[in-house]
Each structure stands twice: as C-alpha cells, then as structure tokens.
Write a protein that binds this ligand. Structure first.
Ligand code: G1P
Length: 291
C-alpha cells in the first residue's frame, strides 16, 4: 500500500528549551528562514505525502496561524509591490493545501504513542509516517522518502536509524539488529530505550521517523485500553514496536543525511548556525566573521 499519510505529534511543552518556549511553541522557533515544523512539513510534501495530521495541545495555535493561507495579506503585499514577500507567504499557505494539513487535539494517556493513536482514528488504519515535530533533516533524498522506499521494499514497519557515537546510547532507543541487509536496511527484533553504553545492543540510534502499520496501531490501542482499565503504564511507541516485533518483521533504515534534534538546546544552536552558514546570501558574510 502506498504511504500518503503522516502524523506530526506536536503537543509537547518543549521543556528543554524553556524559557524560550514559554509562549512560543518549540515547533515555531526559527531554523534559518523557516520555523522548525515547516522543515518537517516540507520534507513530507516533497516525499509525496498528501494527508498530514498535526496533533496539538493548547498554546499551539501559532502553528495553525503559520500554515493557514492568508489571501488578504498576499493581496496587500502585491498591491504594495512587494511580490517576493507575497510569494513567500503564498508558498507557506500552499503547503497547507498540498499536505492537506489538519489539526487534532491530543487526548488520552501520557506517552508518545497517544498522538499516533489519536491521528490513526482520524486517518484510518493504513501505514503512515510519524515524524517528531522538532527534527530538521538536511538530506539529498528526504528522510521521509528514504523511509517510504524501505517500507515499499519490505511491506513492514520501518524505523529511521543513524550510527551513534560511543557513549550516546542513553539518549536514544537502540535497535537490536538481527540481520544486516543491503543499502542500510536492517532487520531488527526490537529497541532498547536509552541503555547504558555497556548494555547497548548495537551502534545505531533510532532517531525521529517511523513508518507505522495497522499492526503497530493495534498494539497502541491495546496499551491504551489497558491504561483505561488499570490506570497503569504509559502509551509508548517503542513498547508498541517491541510487542509487535516479538511476532512480526520490523526493519530499520540507516538514513543518509544530517539530523538536528532541535528540541535539544545544543543541537538547536548548531542547527541555526549550520543553516546560517549554508544561506546563499548571508553564509559567506558569516564565514568571514567566524574565520
Ligand atoms: C524518542 C524515542 C527514542 C528515540 C528518540 C529520538 O525518545 O523513544 O527511541 O531515540 O525519540 O529523538 P525521546 O527523545 O522522546 O525521549
């Protein structure tokens, strides 16, 4: 089945970036000339995704305002002869149309599986991409497209992976690799969340980016039902993946490209700096300043 749908869970409070995120959602902080979440939406649209659901909470209306088309502003800018600005505003609104962006309020138990389940109720039971809202990926082939290609060749859930530096394992989910296939595709038997370096089952990190299938959604549904019955545990994507992988094939795809986890203060600064250096007009000036 072709992947046409994607979920961006964007209900988190961005605590690692406080007080910057006290009034501004972390998804709306700029990296280069775009807010972080626009990088993700562009990645999805460039990968052929036509239904994007952004799962939000209160305080996130700036995201909606950003993507909402604003013909009155465009007309005003054109009347003032500011056509480059008008084009830029129009282009962002166009993303909303191309990606059919819809918004859902997150509700349910704590955990990063809840927004995925919320979105699946809306999008229907079919394979879909899940991308975190604060990842910026710079790649020749969009990360989302690389995941879609891996899904098309396996027909199974796929996780985005990157090689990990020794000692970083306590920041990530680390896959248990079963078989190393061609082109960075790995068959995995599960994920160990944030293991100590001596316990890490491989030298790869799961980064943001998943193709989840109806089987994984079923696992999330079971976890959620258990939560409502027993009020225990949390609803985590990693648990759903591990439960599913106990009986079914799951793959990891080592992604080509540079990943910035902008929810992390240090990586956010690096992402800003790297995008400024890469700017065609301002990059050379900045290089002169730092050389
Ligand atoms: C989540 C996942 C983890 C993954 C990480 C990547 O963890 O559970 O497997 O490595 O995202 O950003 P979190 O950072 O939300 O704790």
């Amino acid at each position: 089945m072709k992947i046409r749908k994607a979920v961006i869970p964007a209900a988190g409070i961005g605590s690692r970036l406080l007080p910057l995120t006290k009034a501004t959602p972390k998804e709306m902080l700029p990296v280069g000339d775009k807010p972080v979440i626009e990088h993700t939406v562009r990645e999805l649209v460039a990968s052929g995704i036509t239904d994007i659901t952004i799962v939000v909470s209160s305080g996130k209306s700036l995201i909606q305002d950003h993507f909402r088309p604003n013909p009155a502003l465009v007309a005003q800018l054109r009347a003032d002869g500011k056509s480059a600005y008008a084009d830029a505003v129009e282009e962002v609104g166009e993303l909303s149309r191309e990606g059919h962006i819809t918004y859902l309020d997150q509700h349910g138990p704590y955990g990063n599986g809840t927004p995925v389940l919320n979105a699946a109720r809306h999008l229907g039971d079919e394979p879909m991409l899940v991308l975190w809202p604060d990842d910026v990926f710079v790649a020749e082939v969009p990360r989302a497209q690389q995941l879609i290609t891996a899904y098309e060749s396996t027909g199974c859930p796929v996780l985005a992976l990157l090689p990990m530096a020794p000692g970083e394992s306590q920041r990530y989910g680390v896959p248990v690799v079963r078989e190393d296939l061609d082109e960075g595709l790995l068959r995995i038997s599960g994920l160990m969340e944030k293991p100590k370096p001596e316990d890490a089952p491989s030298a790869f990190a799961a980064i943001g980016g998943y193709v989840v299938t109806p089987g994984i959604i079923d696992e999330l549904r079971t976890q959620t039902e258990n939560w409502y019955t027993h009020q225990t545990g949390e609803v985590y994507l990693t648990d759903a993946i591990n439960n599913y992988a106990a009986e079914h094939a799951v793959y990891g795809q080592v992604i080509q490209g540079r990943w910035y986890d902008t929810g992390n203060p240090a990586d956010y600064l690096v992402a800003q700096f790297a995008s400024a250096l890469a700017h065609p007009e301002y990059g050379p000036l900045l290089r002169q300043l730092v050389d």
